[in-house]
Design a protein around this ligand. Sequence first.
Ligand SMILES: [Zn+2]
Length: 356
Amino acid sequence: MVEVRRCTRCILPDIYPSITFNEHGVCNFCLEAAEEKDTPSGKSKAELDRVIETYKGRSDKYDVIVGLSGGKDSSYVAYYLKREYGLKIVGFHYDIGYSSPYAIQNLQNLVKKLDIDLFSVRPRGSFLRRLFAHFLRERGEFCSVCNNLGYLYGASFSRRQGHLLGFSPLMVGGWSKQYEYQPGISVTSMQYFFENLTPALLEELKAQPFIEEKIISRYMAVKDPRQAGIDTSEHEKLGEYAMDFIQLPDYIEWDIKEIPRVLSEKLGWQHPPDVHESHFDCTLFPIKEYLKFKKYGLTQETIKNSRLIREGLMTREEAMERMVLEHTTEPVIFESFIHELGLSMDEVNWKAEWSR
Ligand SMILES: [Zn+2]
């Protein structure tokens, strides 16, 4: 591998857009982060108590909806809400058929040990494959399909449950603390998804039996429905079609090292031995990372871990060690996945399109 120049504080490489280094080799992102006073969401546990109290009792069946994947963040949300509040939880699982065996086992342990109802929905394979193929061909990525489809399913489910308070797995541990959003290589908005659909795919989306058509048309009219938590103006604009969700890490301490330990002790939660604790829940994740590496020369893990270093949640040494686990060579499943979608390698859009 060619040696790349990296920031001496985080691990961002010199190919990252608009990166500059000072005389000590520290990047502008690290310097800016050091200047900015850490601005947490300003929300507290007391506020969480209040929000939960407000929503509790909307339905006699359940108190809250928790999106579950079997990964660490969503599992911890369910565990925490049960332990702290003894809430009646309905789990919502958006299942595309590519969950890892570990994630499936974790999910089974969790619903059993916490004694919660689980609702699982899987879009039909042919529709998913057409979407994946389309986005790979046009944009060289396919994760935006699930990020948005899963959200639309979740919003429809939430509406059917009478607007219970929801905890969204997409955001959990993620955007609220911004670990999972990687400026430059992340696709962020739902509008990107809508805008890139062909008219035929949009029609097919609207015809999905589990997604309310009205939700789609309303969501097409706001900037980013996926960020429309209960206290945002977007949420208000969406009216009765908004999903009433919050992001737990905004309200409590989110110790990313402690969480997997607690989960394994209390729920028998596990992650694969050869992979670290993030993102193993989807078996397609290595493909996502490989595509990013081929296109941009760095993975989302590099950007995320750089942020964790700045926030004091990871040392640079740990981040460098974890780089060995990054998916920088072609994953074994890649070819069969491409084949399954009816694509050839040449049809994938390999062009880098930095988003910012
Ligand atoms: Zn840096």
